[in-house]
Structures are given as structure tokens and as C-alpha cells.
Ligand binder design. Structure first.
Ligand SMILES: NC(=O)c1ccc[n+]([C@@H]2O[C@H](COP(=O)([O-])OP(=O)(O)OC[C@H]3O[C@@H](n4cnc5c(N)ncnc54)[C@H](O)[C@@H]3O)[C@@H](O)[C@H]2O)c1
Length: 297
């Protein structure tokens, strides 16, 4: 069990949407919270609400694309709340532009904030958790990371979110000896500010804040309209998974079936392809012109 009550927690992207829901629920369950966000004013509003409801929170400005900014945020969180035992690497941004219509800056931004942001955040807090004998990292991935062919016109985002899953699953193996657990949260539709405010989150080094709503093409969702939960509704579910050291948490049970079917069909397609090739050419070991198997070491 990863206890929530009495722990100090950090939530990146805590100024809005899912992060705001997590920060408030953490406080309700007795954690102290550092609400970290690239937009300080939003983080401050969330921290003020928590403090006004007898919780304890501090707002800290932080850009998860910058390691120095995260190091500074960690120092301020430690100063205000002590050692941090729970980290929610949740900050992210989206894109529904066709890949070849995206600028290089936008491709870099989406990969950086969604994937490197999680890695940067985890690496900043892991040494303290290792020294203190345990902790928990929860990253907000996406169903688009588990099923990268699920939502069309979502290329760098799907790549980044799938990267989070690989990072978290492998990190879990490395950190088990330190009593540090990981949870990948895979939202499948939560009503948040992302569509309206996404452009305002772009850091200066990727072109700076922009304006306007995210345009979601019909191809992306028309075939599978989503239902949306509120951040308040999903937060207890995520914290329950964290406190039980569960590796994954989904918020839309019906999407688990899509996930199962997607992977069955990927595995079948790979095997069908391998079977057809080997039928025509023989196995790699038997084919004198093909690859030779070598043993490691
Ligand atoms: N809403 C959904 O249906 C959904 C689905 C799948 C995944 N997600 C993921 O959930 C996470 C939270 O998104 P949300 O839906 O709550 O959106 P949101 O727009 O309401 O919240 C995102 C927050 O991240 C902050 N942020 C953005 N870039 C940052 C940076 N560089 N450094 C620090 N903070 C930064 C924003 O200021 C904002 O407060 C994201 O990682 C998103 O990809 C959301």
C-alpha cells in the first residue's frame, strides 16, 4: 500500500483539469500538495481552494520541459512540505494536426512536454524517494498510448503517450528494490480545459503561447464518440489505484475491450506475417542467405 494521508505530493499540470482534480482529492485524503504548473495563476487558484477547505497546498510555477525548472520546483516543494513521497507527472498538451502540417517546433513540443516532461519529473524526485526508502510515481498517459492506432491524426501525441507506458513499466522493474511503485493512468475522456486552452501552454522555446481552440478533425472521433467524466469523478479512482500500487488505471471500462481486441489483432497480424514469410523462405536459421541466430555473450 502507498499511503496518501500524511504524505507530501506533487502534481504537475495541477492548475487545470485532471491535475486539479488529483490535487484536490489528494488534499481531501490528507496529503499536503505542491500544485505545479506552467501557468502560475491557475496553480495558485487551486492551492487557494485547497487551503480554504482546511487542506494544505502551495502553488509553484514549473515548466516540465526544463530540467532546471523542475529542480527549482522540487526545492520549493521540499522547503514548503518536506520530502515528497507521491509524484503525479500529469502535465501535458495535445495536438490533432496532420503530422506533415505541424511545424518542427510543435512536433518537438508535443513529444517533449508529454514524454520528456514525465521522465524529467520522475528523475528529479526518484533520488529522494530512493534515499527515503520508498515512494510512488503516477504518470498520466492516455488510452492513445495503449492503442496508438485508436485515434487518427494524433501522431506525436500517441508516440509520446506510448513512450510513457514503456518508461513506466520498465521503471517499475528498476525501482521495485527501492520500494518505489509506478502507476500509469490512461484517461479515455475527461472534460477538461485542454481543447480550449492547449495553445496557451506552449513554452517559449517551442514558439511560445498561441491562441485559439484545438481543431479536432472528424476522422479522429466520429467513428467512436467518447463519453467524458469530470476530473472530480476520476480522481478517487486514480488515488485508489495508487494506494494499492496498481500498475495501470483506466477510467472507461468499455475501452478495455477495445484495448484487448487491438492487441489481439496486432499479435495475430505479426504472427500471420511471420508465418507467411517463413512458409515462403524458411526460418531465419534454416535460410543460408538470411539472418543467422547468434547466442548472447
Ligand atoms: N482530458 C482527457 O480526456 C485526456 C485523455 C487522455 C490523456 N489526457 C492527459 O491528461 C493530462 C492532463 O490533461 P487535461 O485533460 O487535464 O488538460 P488541461 O489542459 O486541463 O490540463 C493540462 C495542464 O498542464 C499544464 N501544462 C501544460 N504544459 C506544461 C508544462 N510544460 N509544464 C507544466 N505544466 C504544463 C497546463 O497549464 C494545464 O494546467 C495530460 O497529460 C493529457 O495528455 C487527458
Amino acid at each position: 500500500m502507498s499511503e496518501i494521508s500524511g504524505k507530501a505530493a506533487v502534481v504537475t499540470g495541477g492548475g487545470s483539469g485532471i491535475g486539479m482534480g488529483l490535487a484536490k482529492e489528494l488534499a481531501r485524503q490528507g496529503a499536503t500538495v505542491a500544485v505545479a504548473d506552467i501557468i502560475l495563476g491557475n496553480a495558485q487558484k487551486v492551492a487557494d481552494q485547497i487551503n480554504a477547505s482546511n487542506g494544505r497546498a502551495v502553488a509553484i510555477q514549473c515548466d516540465v520541459c526544463e530540467r532546471d525548472s523542475i529542480a527549482e520546483m522540487k526545492a520549493r516543494a521540499n522547503e514548503a512540505l518536506g520530502p515528497v513521497g507521491l509524484v503525479f507527472a500529469n502535465a501535458g498538451a495535445t495536438s490533432f494536426d496532420p503530422l506533415m502540417e505541424m511545424s518542427d517546433d510543435d512536433v518537438d513540443w508535443i513529444l517533449n512536454v508529454n514524454l520528456h516532461g514525465v521522465i524529467n519529473t520522475a528523475r528529479a524526485f526518484l533520488p529522494e524517494m530512493m534515499a527515503n526508502g520508498g515512494g510512488h510515481i503516477c504518470a498520466t498517459a492516455s488510452m492513445a498510448g495503449l492503442m496508438p492506432g485508436w485515434i487518427p491524426v494524433h501522431v506525436p501525441y500517441s508516440a509520446a503517450k506510448m513512450g510513457i507506458i514503456g518508461f513506466m513499466m520498465n521503471l517499475a522493474l528498476e525501482m521495485k528494490q527501492h520500494n518505489i511503485y509506478t502507476t500509469s493512468y490512461c484517461p479515455g475522456g475527461v472534460a477538461t480545459g485542454m481543447k480550449a486552452n492547449n495553445a496557451s501552454y506552449r513554452p517559449a522555446k517551442f514558439g511560445g503561447p498561441g491562441e485559439g481552440e484545438v481543431h479536432v478533425p472528424a476522422a479522429s472521433f466520429d467513428a467512436k464518440p467518447l463519453t467524458f467524466f469530470t476530473p472530480d469523478a476520476i480522481a478517487p479512482m486514480v488515488l485508489n489505484a495508487v494506494s494499492n500500487n496498481r500498475a495501470f488505471v483506466f477510467d472507461h471500462p468499455e475501452q478495455r475491450e477495445d484495448f484487448r481486441r487491438t492487441y489481439s489483432s496486432i499479435v495475430e497480424a505479426c504472427y500471420d506475417d511471420a508465418d507467411a514469410w517463413e512458409k515462403a523462405h524458411g526460418t531465419p536459421e534454416a535460410n543460408p542467405d538470411g539472418a543467422k541466430l547468434v547466442s548472447a555473450g
